[in-house]
Design a protein around this ligand. Structure first.
Ligand code: XBP
Ligand code: MG
Length: 249
């Protein structure tokens, strides 16, 4: 069967909204302070720490780097619980907005009959209210979060679960990601993947991406027809083909 674009699976952080620098990062820092820890992640330092997916793992790795031993994991769990509560408050306050052009893309996909799913490393307790705020008007059929998987990105599990819940083969969906680690997860699940970069990811390499774009809007906005064209081209050229930058269609 010919690959057909029947669903788009969106990453959340950095992809639906620019959440990391001014959203998650200050929430982590406030949580460190609440737990009496002298840790404050700066903008550049946090960019490096994003290579470690999952907030709890990120905290634990940093605490171990600072010399904590066996207690790092348990402390990380507590600090992350606080961070999750703080970030959920930020989300429900309405402070996190969609990336420009994202709502138009989603509306166009829905109008074209393309189904919607989400595959994220983030925690369900804040992901759900964020999706309500950003995509509440649209039918997001499947939401797989960091709470639902044993292995976080770059492992493909979150995407494989999303595809299973959609009941589709990888060839009938397109992933939208913002980062190299997310691209690795999506391509390992067999998905054609469009990367929409942001300030933290613009200089990363994206081998095998169907396209790498600086945003959803601009002179060549990403709309449903373009998603179809990129998806078709990726499958025609063969999933093994490596394209690192600037794919257009
Ligand atoms: C990004 C992540 C997350 C967030 C923080 O995931 O790795 O850990 O940085 O969220 P994605 P949590 O781009 O896959 O959405 O603290 O809830 O993990
Ligand atoms: Mg992301």
């Amino acid at each position: 069967m010919e690959p057909q674009l029947r669903a788009v699976v969106f990453d959340v952080d950095g992809t639906l909204a620019d959440t990391e620098r001014d959203g998650h990062r200050p929430a982590f820092n406030a949580a460190f302070a609440e737990h009496g820890l002298d840790v404050e992640w700066g903008v550049a330092e946090y960019g490096r720490l994003l290579a470690i997916t999952g907030g709890r793992r990120r905290i634990a790795a940093d605490l171990r780097d600072r010399g904590l031993g066996a207690e790092a994991d348990e402390l990380a769990t507590r600090v992350h619980r606080t961070k999750t509560a703080l970030f959920t408050e930020l989300v429900t306050s309405g402070a996190i907005v969609a990336r420009p052009g994202l709502p138009e893309l989603v509306a166009d996909l829905v109008a074209e009959g393309v189904r919607l799913a989400v595959a994220t490393t983030g925690r369900r307790s804040w992901v759900e209210p964020l999706l309500d705020r950003l995509l509440g008007a649209y039918p997001v059929e499947v939401v797989v979060t960091g709470d639902d998987v044993a292995e976080l990105k770059p492992d493909p599990e979150v995407y494989l679960r999303a595809l299973a819940a959609l009941g589709l083969p990888a060839s009938d969906a397109l992933a939208v990601e913002d980062s190299a680690v997310g691209l690795r997860a999506a391509t390992a699940a067999g998905l054609a993947t469009v990367v929409v970069t942001n300030g933290y990811t613009a200089d990363q390499d994206f081998p095998g991406a169907a396209a790498v774009l600086p945003g959803y809007h601009g002179p060549e906005p990403l709309h449903a027809q373009r998603c179809r064209a990129l998806h078709r081209r990726w499958w025609t050229a063969g999933p093994q083909t490596t394209r690192s930058r600037g794919g257009t269609a």
